[in-house]
Design a binder for this molecule. Structure first.
Ligand SMILES: Cc1ncc(COP(=O)(O)O)c(C=O)c1O
Length: 417
């Protein structure tokens, strides 16, 4: 890129672009408390599903976070190279083991959805149907359930895999607890229904009064229903560490055992050093990086507020205030969206801060590092102005929060210990 070229804001990672506590992951494998585990497990090859100590840490963290109806045990956890790998393992297992009828299963995807699910389902030859929501947020639990109930009626006896993502990419929406409870009931009463839930954004919650829930946690005490729910998650988002590929799948012990036994369902074992990083992150974050998650959530809250202020001044656009995750979503007059999209792209917003989701609307990334966030807001305002979209005050940049955030994540406190 030449020195005079416009700054390029690259959102393509789709992950929080923040410098975490510098030595947090780098030194994890070498940490004294991990030395014994490491020394014991460098041979070929450690347990397929992961070291039991690490699986226990994942189970404990899940139990603490979701308070499941029956506590999860380490044998219900499989480590995977990222949440996406966990989703692939779950889909493969579903396709091979869960079919109760000879007819091909069908997947239900929420619209708008994370594109990855479609690609994987396509590879497995599982057709999908989008569940169209007339509006992405503000729906009651009953409204959210209606398309699922309709599908059950439309395909009686046919195996259905519902793929859920909460908090959601790209809308920042979180399913309300009442939805999860009702869906759990539906699962208990409909043996042809299975669920794959992806909760990768579960710890990035910045709206007041919002608590992510898990369908797996809600059915964990029901043997039959919990066999049909897969919970995929990981640390790439909330710990801003996608390169570690620290993910996991949680399920019924027999499901995890099936996957462990059948090598072709595994999607790559997690290297031992990554397992120790996962262990350190789950058990030592509070000690090594005190206040980290709170600072991160405050940072996102601040960014969300700024984007909303900006959007308020664009009458052609309607923004659904995100509740969690790293995305915001706007809808509006199609031509305004298209113009804004094109103009932003022209100005170097690569994975558009401003990414078009079909005809549905645009996705914003809230999580970029403060320098890029400021630049993005600036570019975005310029793009909007160039298209004659009215903007009021130039957006105030998030200066107050940056030092607090940096102190916690860069440095500071505790990280040098
Ligand atoms: C909904 C969702 N799941 C999973 C991932 C990727 O997770 P990982 O990096 O752990 O594979 C993403 C990344 O954009 C995502 O948006």
């Amino acid at each position: 890129m030449s020195a005079t070229a416009a700054p390029i804001v690259n959102f393509s990672q789709g992950v929080p672009d923040a410098a975490l506590c510098p030595d947090f992951f780098r030194t994890a494998a070498q940490r004294e408390e991990n030395a014994e585990l490491r020394a014991k497990n460098i041979g070929y090859c450690p347990d397929n599903a992961g070291l039991i100590e690490v699986r226990r840490a994942v189970a404990d963290s899940f139990n603490l976070f979701y308070r499941p109806t029956a506590r999860i045990i380490p044998q219900q956890v499989m480590l995977a190279s990222g949440c996406t790998s966990a989703c692939v393992a779950a889909m493969r297992h579903y396709e091979e083991y869960q079919r109760s009828s000879a007819e091909q299963p069908i997947a239900l995807l929420q619209s708008p959805t994370y594109h990855f699910y479609k690609k994987q389902l396509h590879q497995l030859g599982v057709p999908w149907q989008m569940i169209t929501m007339p509006d992405v947020t503000g729906l009651s639990a009953a409204q959210r359930l209606t398309p699922i109930i309709n599908a059950l009626t439309l395909y009686p006896g046919r195996d259905i895999l519902l793929v859920l993502n909460t908090p959601a990419n790209p809308t920042g929406d979180v399913y309300p607890p009442a939805f999860t409870e009702k869906l759990a009931e539906l699962l208990k009463n409909n043996p042809s229904l299975s669920v794959l839930e992806d909760t990768i954004y579960e710890r990035l919650v910045f709206a007041d009064g919002v608590t992510p829930t898990s369908v797996f946690a809600a059915v964990s005490s029901d043997d039959a229903a919990s066999r049909r729910v897969y919970h995929a998650s990981g640390l790439s988002k909330a710990w801003a560490f996608p390169a570690g590929r620290l993910g996991y799948l949680i399920g019924h012990p027999d499901v995890i055992q099936d996957i462990d036994n059948a090598q072709d369902l595994m999607v790559g074992q997690m290297p031992i050093d990554s397992q120790l990083q996962l262990l350190t992150a789950l058990t030592k974050t509070d000690e090594l990086c005190p206040g980290y998650h709170k600072a991160f959530n405050d940072y996102l809250r601040h960014n969300a507020a700024q984007l909303l202020t900006l959007l308020e001044h664009m009458p052609a656009l309607r923004c659904h205030p995100p509740q969690a995750g790293i995305y915001g979503f706007v809808q509006g007059d199609e031509s305004a969206i298209k113009a804004l999209h094109a103009a932003s792209k022209q100005r170097g917003l690569l994975f558009p801060g401003v990414q078009q989701f079909g005809e549905l609307g645009l996705r914003f990334n809230l999580s970029v590092h403060h320098d890029t966030f400021a630049a993005a807001l600036q570019l975005f305002s310029e793009a909007a102005r160039a298209e004659g979209i009215l903007i009021g005050q130039p957006p105030e940049l998030n200066v107050q929060l940056i030092p607090v955030f940096n102190e916690v994540i860069r440095g500071g406190r505790g990280a040098e210990r």
